[in-house]
Design a protein around this ligand. Structure first.
Ligand code: GCO
Ligand code: MG
Length: 413
């Protein structure tokens, strides 16, 4: 199975996606997601200039060898750009291998361990009544686990709160990297106040539990904004509301922060969406400082790397909680779902529906039924890309917002 082409497709059906398509001499194709939100063209260039030429003529069946060749062979290791590129190659090769076998990828990974992957949806609102409405609407859509994000009194706009939450109905991107649309190509800036946030969030969870009872699994994302002692306080304050997890409580690059949080609270902790290597987890697994690993297949280095990470996590009783916002393309989402179905230490899967426009480009077969996701039994990953549709949506520069404290100091967003 010789590789004859490796094409990089950049398209923007509502938001930007970078996709790699590998073709073999017998006409099989495989897709891989290489999207790095807000920095897409860096991965495109890395793939096009430095990776694609190395793939041509190679054996599509040698997945582990190709991974090691791209990782060790570059000499320069890790980093979000490199690892997203390697992830895309790896996903595409697994897609091809599973198509060649005539099986859905999860069968090659050992077969199904469950009937479907428990998915969590994203409820949000500018104030508590809007949050409650949003939870209700997610329950009506079938979600059995829900992440809660809320506006904070005194702050104009906050991560994770859909701009249109009052409008109701289906929402797709609660936090798209904002496209400049002819305006100045600079990120939008938001203002942040951690003390106001720490005062407000326990009230939000109190209201949600009072309205919806103790059963519903509830999650929350701190998005790297707290100091360790602030995060410890929030974890303690939220204990009465029995969270499924508190995510990214502190900036993820400092694993020692988790030690401090852990000493103070029994609220379960999740981290890892911005990690790009198993090594980033450092002592988090061996010291049992977290309960869930949040990496995406797209950013950790593909199916091969994710399997290794989850096997290591399993040794310490840590479960998966793969990143799945809409900046993970349907290709990356499908890869996650095959792994979710197969591994023993599955925990939960983040899920946010892609917009109808995105789904014109990416033809998906996975399905969401009664709160569970299933990758489908289509051979391979189960995703195809419509080139004509992709060409209708050319790349548009977009940035994630930047946060500043009330005195103007740049803060984590
Ligand atoms: C999540 C994440 C996302 C990130 C986004 C950045 O938990 O889903 O925090 O919302 O902000 O992936 O590109
Ligand atoms: Mg997050």
């Amino acid at each position: 199975m010789k590789i004859t082409a490796a094409d990089v497709i950049v398209t923007s059906p509502g938001r930007n996606f970078v996709t790699l398509r590998i073709t073999t001499e017998d006409g099989l194709t495989g897709l891989g997601d290489a999207t790095l939100n807000g920095r897409e063209l860096a991965v495109e260039a890395y793939l096009r200039s430095h990776v694609a030429p190395l793939l041509i003529g190679g054996d599509a069946g040698r997945i582990e060898d190709t991974w090691q060749y791209l990782y060790r062979g570059a000499y320069w290791r890790r980093g979000p750009v490199t690892m997203a590129a390697i992830a895309a190659v790896d996903m595409a090769l697994w897609d091809i291998k599973a198509k060649a076998a005539g099986m859905p990828l999860y069968q090659l990974l050992g077969g199904a361990s469950r009937t479907g992957a428990l998915a969590y949806g994203h409820a949000s609102g500018r104030d508590i009544p809007e949050v409650l409405d949003s939870v209700r609407s997610h329950l009506e859509q079938g979600y059995r686990a829900i992440r809660i994000q809320s506006g904070i009194p005194g702050l104009d706009s906050v991560y994770g709160v859909a701009a249109s939450s009052a409008a109701g109905g289906e929402r797709y991107d609660y936090e798209p990297a904002r496209r400049s649309l002819g305006g100045p190509s600079r990120p939008v800036e938001e203002t942040w106040d951690t003390r106001a946030y720490l005062r407000h969030m326990p009230r939000v969870f109190e209201a949600v539990r009072a309205e919806f009872g103790p059963e519903l699994p509830l999650l929350h994302d701190g998005h790297h904004r707290m100091t360790p002692i602030q995060a410890a306080k929030l974890g303690k304050d939220l204990e009465p509301y029995d969270l499924f997890w508190l995510e990214d409580a502190t900036p993820a690059e400092d694993p020692t922060a988790l030690r401090l949080i852990r000493q103070h609270t029994t609220t379960p902790l999740a981290i890892g969406e911005i990690f790009n290597s198993l090594h980033d987890y450092g002592p988090l697994l061996s010291e049992r400082l977290i309960d869930y690993v949040r990496s995406a297949v797209t950013h950790i280095g593909g199916v091969t790397a994710m399997r290794k990470l989850l096997d290591l996590a399993a040794v310490y009783g840590v479960k998966s909680g793969m990143h799945g916002p809409t900046d993970i393309s349907p290709v990356g989402m499908a890869a996650a779902l095959h792994i979710d179905l197969a591994v023993h230490n599955f925990g939960i899967q983040e899920y946010m529906k892609h917009s109808p426009r995105t789904l014109e480009v990416f033809l998906t077969s996975y399905r969401f039924t009664d709160g569970l996701l299933h990758p489908s039994d289509t051979p391979g990953l189960g995703i195809e890309l419509d080139d004509e549709a992709a060409a209708r949506f050319p790349y548009e520069q977009a940035y994630l917002p930047v946060n500043r404290l009330t005195d103007g100091t740049v803060h984590d967003w």
